[in-house]
Design a protein around this ligand. Structure first.
Ligand SMILES: Cc1cc2nc3c(=O)[nH]c(=O)nc-3n(C[C@H](O)[C@H](O)[C@H](O)COP(=O)(O)O)c2cc1C
Length: 340
């Protein structure tokens, strides 16, 4: 049987990657509005993670719906959770185009979007208008023109604003496309930032009478010592979850391919092993005390299972959708269910 995505993909791949991204989301929206169900019929067992109930463990990673414009359309694909953002306090255009590149031979993507988004207030309006009632993560970052010395102010403002509407808040300190952002993963800076955010979370819990977990998203380019130190800090500060990983600046597995020299973060298949290494080490260091959301290079059902076996409790996908289409979601859910 011919699958619709196999017909559409060559057309999408003729278009500029960013246009094809926008067009795909618009098509998904049309399907949702027309009442066309795009999720499979497979039922999965719910999972409790971070005190939240996930109807299935497969989620959409941050960056696909930066402004929350397509929450219902994406939920219609059958995800167990959706992460929107990264959103910054003020709107910003991101980097100049072209800033998104396909490496089809490696099932990979390079992006240097640079947190293009319409700002937190816009996103919150979109979240309020959505019908979706499932788990919604909101991923927050800093504006490119906020000096690093004042980065914490952007994250604190972001946390305060999104707290009432988020199921969990993801702290993005690992994008390679905002100058110096990854410095926030250094022990001292990370400790200071997360202490402030934990204190604010506790304050917000009292005000809103609900506890919203704080999740930190890490880069795959950290070495063993850095991971060990970060894990100790996350335990010490009682951070609620960790997302491993963001895109990589490494080009080891794509050297020589067209577009491999583009500046930005690499995602998709070549990221898989690197992300799994980080997940596996975090799992050892965290000893099940802090759940891991595994992401990076899932392009098949087996890849999703591999993330869980490495120690993740939940799995997210992004680039795999570009290469495999929505069918990957069902494939991964079935593989996870069969493996558990
Ligand atoms: C075009 C693009 C934009 C992204 N934007 C964000 C973002 O805004 N915030 C974020 O935390 N991660 C962002 N990511 C990273 C993904 O959430 C994910 O961590 C990464 O792509 C690895 O997963 P994958 O191999 O399944 O794509 C982006 C990835 C891509 C490809």
């Amino acid at each position: 049987m011919i699958k619709p995505f196999e017909v559409i993909r060559p057309i999408l791949f003729q278009l500029d990657p960013e246009r094809s991204h926008e067009w795909s989301l618009k098509m998904l929206n049309l399907c949702w509005r027309a009442g066309i169900r795009l999720s499979g019929s497979h039922t999965t067992r719910p999972r409790q993670v971070m005190g939240l109930e996930f109807c299935n463990p497969l989620g959409l990673a941050a960056g696909m719906d930066k402004n929350g414009d397509y929450i219902d359309a994406l939920a219609n694909l059958g995800f167990g959770f959706i992460e929107v953002g990264t959103v910054t306090p003020r709107p910003q255009p991101g980097n100049p185009r072209p800033r998104l590149f396909r490496l089809p031979a490696a099932q990979a993507i390079i992006n240097r979007m640079g947190f293009n988004n319409r700002g937190i207030d816009y996103l919150l309006e979109r979240v309020k208008q959505a019908n979706y009632k499932g788990i919604l993560g909101i991923n927050i970052g800093k504006n490119a023109d906020t000096p690093m010395a004042r980065a914490a102010e952007d994250y604190l403002l972001g946390l305060r604003k999104v707290y009432p509407l988020a199921s969990y808040v993801a702290i993005n300190i690992s994008s390679p496309n905002t100058k110096d952002l990854r410095q926030l993963q250094n022990a001292q800076e990370m400790c200071r930032l997360l202490q402030l955010l934990k204190a604010e979370q506790s304050h917000l819990q009292t005000i809103h009478r609900k506890y919203v977990p704080l999740v930190v998203k890490l880069a795959p380019d950290l070495d063993d010592d850095e991971i060990r130190n970060i894990a100790a800090l996350l335990l010490d500060l009682q951070i609620d979850g960790v997302i491993a990983t963001n895109t990589t600046v490494s080009r080891e597995d794509v050297a020589g391919l067209p577009c491999a020299g583009e500046v930005g973060g690499l995602s998709g298949r070549p990221l898989r092993r690197q992300a799994n290494r980080i997940i596996a080490q975090l799992a050892v260091e965290l000893g099940k005390k802090i759940p891991i959301i595994g992401v990076g290079g899932v392009v098949s059902g087996d890849d999703a299972v591999e993330k869980l076996r490495a120690g993740a409790s939940l799995v997210q996908i992004y680039s795999g959708l570009i290469y495999r289409g929505p069918g990957l979601i069902e494939e991964a859910k079935v593989a996870i269910e069969n493996a558990s």
